[in-house]
Design a protein around this ligand. Structure first.
Ligand code: COA
Length: 159
């Protein structure tokens, strides 16, 4: 059975991430969402909380699980014996960063292929940092994230 890793910071998980995940789950026998502990970002939610927030949205995706990892992504993928890493490409602006990361990962571990999928265009402008900015300023984010994530954001930014 082919295993694919869907890595990210997921701070927080958005409807766009969920869309990519559902597409990946159709292509692979198993998909493992991998939350990076060593992300260069300064996340709002702890890795454990991000795992919980994603897990609650996996009904209907029986071949998906969620873990966190530290260290290099390709080392994690190798340990898991994954065949592929999947990433979402929302727009041209994602391309350069994703292209560099995919080539660097290929250089580090030639056996693991990076595969890109395009989320539904309705999510092309959704990003975790924009969602956090809106939530912090009291705006409505319910169209962009699952309900449990919207609640968690409201609680995190409650004064
Ligand atoms: N829908 C909505 N938003 C999406 C999206 C989609 N389909 N795809 C990407 N995004 C957004 C995210 O919301 C996020 O927005 P933000 O930057 O405003 O917060 C951004 O695009 C990307 O975040 P995410 O999808 O969570 O991934 P990431 O780019 O933070 O992940 C890692 C990067 C974790 C994969 C990378 O840092 C890594 O591999 N780290 C491990 C260490 C390592 O191996 N480093 C060497 C890499 S060569």
């Amino acid at each position: 059975m082919k295993l694919c890793i869907y890595p990210g910071t997921f701070d927080p998980f958005t409807n766009g991430h969920l869309d990519v995940l559902a597409r990946a789950a159709k292509l692979f026998g198993h998909v493992r969402v991998a939350i990076a502990i060593d992300s260069t970002k300064a996340p709002l939610f702890s890795p454990e909380r991000r795992v919980e927030l994603i897990r609650a949205n996996l009904a209907g995706l029986p071949n998906v699980d969620v873990v966190s990892f530290d260290g290099l992504l390709v080392e994690f993928a190798r340990r898991q014996q994954a065949q592929a890493i999947i990433r979402g490409l929302r727009a041209l602006s994602d391309f350069e960063f994703e292209f560099n990361m995919a080539l660097m990962n290929r250089h580090l571990e030639p056996q693991v292929e990076t595969i890109f999928v395009m989320p539904n265009e309705a999510y092309s402008y959704t990003s975790s940092s924009l969602v956090k900015q809106i939530a912090k300023l009291g705006g409505d984010v319910t169209k962009f994230v699952p309900a449990n994530v919207a609640t968690a954001l409201r609680e995190a930014y409650a004064v």
